[in-house]
Design a protein around this ligand. Structure first.
Ligand SMILES: [Zn+2]
Length: 491
């Protein structure tokens, strides 16, 4: 430690250090000073500097703060993000599924966010859909060569601004209409800057997922770019063998030289806009209203088919305030209508978001074991789904402790160091001297997911101390006034 180091020190001693590399925990102590990890030593190896705060961590683990690889929310609106920090998340990857965190420049957004004083750090990605608007392509399925050139230049500029990569949402508008050539150019520009393309792939349905994965791999191959599958899942697929098939497909791509990674959340219900159920020609309010007079019967038939294939209206839990906590089946019955008429008359493609119970436990569990998949919540402080409040606690409580699906050190690795490596985040994700002091102190036996599908907004329990940039945003299990988070950029 430099002798002229100033500022506030914290010594965390008496605990076991789990360093984020996947190695098992070792007894040790750690000194925080000036926002970084100033020193790490075996027990008794650090003399506390004068005035240092001492955290007695006996019986506790000391780990790097968790990095949520895919999540949602507006740090200007909810800067404390207690839903995330209460489950140990100290950095959020924002700008997902093709939408940038803001319409303006990264610098102007960072300024706005810093004025709001966020508690966790924010890791920004630029969105394909947002760039489409800026390039004048909008919702067009056939951009001109000039427009494709333009969007490529915008992606390159975004990487220079410091975004960690580009996201796409190919199951949504406008991503779903983008031609491959556009995606190839975007991957090329992102790859040139050494960043990654994170993608909500074109389909997560069991029958279409191979094509969707192949399309992403092809972007990686032709664009010479690291590609990443967001919130990996198979809607209506069944069994561990099905997971093995898909993992083998990605392993083959890796063997051929394409870098492919993914992230995954530990729930068997997805959560997204109700538009996911509507046909391609009626996914926006405008298209929906245009199509309605002439194609109502066709739309109803499509909705019947699509909802039926996704386990029926009882497997759709509505989230908008008017219907909160009701299934599509119940809400339609209350309105005295068939579910398809209810969706057309009362909801529309933008009328609510919902949880969809359409995933298989054994299949998802096998995907969760894959070392190439890091963990994410795909959560939000607002949505009616427990993942935004429970994910990281659930992984430890349910999948490590109860089911023993993977070891604690593996789980922590894929919440910290592996995630930092995947997204190209330097200087965080590991307990190492000189790294930023994003640190947790907790007893894994006491970690508890309090949120559920019916009570999704209950904070996780058990994360006693949460440090961000060296400051405690949670102290002995309680939120503090500290807001040390920052927008991180990649240079
Ligand atoms: Zn998504």
């Amino acid at each position: 430690m430099p002798s002229n180091a100033k500022g506030v020190y914290t010594l965390i001693r008496g605990g076991s250090l789990l360093d984020g590399s996947g190695a098992p925990p070792l007894p040790g102590e750690l000194l925080i000073g000036d926002g970084i990890i100033a020193d790490i030593q075996p027990p008794g190896g650090i003399a506390p500097p004068e005035g240092a705060e001492i955290v007695e961590a006996n019986g506790h683990l000391v780990t790097p703060g968790f990095i949520d690889a895919h999540c949602h929310g507006d740090p200007v609106k909810t800067p404390a993000f207690e839903n995330y920090t209460a489950m140990g998340v100290t950095a959020l990857c924002l700008g997902q599924d093709g939408r940038s965190p803001s319409e303006g420049t990264l610098a102007s957004w960072a300024e706005e966010v810093h004025a709001a004083k966020p508690a966790p750090n924010l890791i920004p990605f630029v969105g394909h859909g947002t760039l489409r608007n800026h390039a004048g392509i909008g919702y067009s399925p056939d951009p001109t060569p000039e427009q494709i050139d333009k969007i490529g230049k915008l992606a390159a500029e975004a990487m220079e601004e410091g975004y960690f990569g580009l996201t796409s949402g190919l199951e949504y508008v406008p991503g779903r209409v983008a031609p491959f050539e556009e995606l190839r150019i975007l991957a090329r520009e992102t790859g040139r800057a050494g960043r990654l393309v994170m993608s909500h792939i074109r389909s997560e349905d069991d029958q279409l997922i191979e094509d969707a994965l192949d399309e992403l791999v092809e972007q990686g191959r032709q664009g010479q770019c690291h590609v990443h599958v967001s919130h990996m899942k198979v809607t209506l697929g069944r069994g561990a063998v099905r997971a093995e098939e898909l993992l083998a497909r990605l392993d083959k791509a890796r063997a051929e030289g394409v870098r492919v990674t993914g992230d995954i959340y530990p729930y068997n219900a997805s959560c997204t806009t109700i538009g996911i159920l509507f046909p391609g020609w009626a996914k926006t309010r405008e298209d929906f209203e245009k199509a309605l007079p002439a194609r109502r019967e066709e739309m109803a038939e499509y909705l019947r088919y699509r909802v039926g294939r996704r386990n029926g209206p009882e497997a759709v839990l509505l989230g908008a305030s008017k219907w909160k906590g009701q299934t599509l089946k119940e809400a339609a019955a209350n309105a005295g209508k068939s579910f398809e008429d209810f969706l057309i008359d009362d909801v529309g493609p933008d009328g609510t978001y919902a949880a969809y119970f359409a995933m298989d436990e054994e299949l998802q569990a096998r995907l969760m074991q894959d070392p190439h998949n890091v963990f994410s919540s795909d959560g939000s402080p607002e949505w009616f789904h427990p993942r935004g409040f429970g994910t990281f606690a659930r992984l430890i409580e349910h999948y490590v402790r109860e089911r023993k699906l993977f070891t604690l050190e593996d789980a922590i690795h894929r919440m910290t160091g592996a995630t930092a490596d995947t997204i190209g985040l330097a200087g965080r994700g590991y307990l190492r001297a000189g790294h930023a002091a994003d640190i947790l102190v907790f007893d894994p036996a006491r970690v508890h997911e309090a949120a559920s599908y019916t009570e999704p907004h209950r904070l996780a329990e058990g994360f006693d101390w949460v440090f961000v940039n060296g400051r405690p945003i949670r102290r002995e299990g309680k939120l503090t006034e500290e807001r040390p988070g920052r927008v991180l950029t990649r240079t």
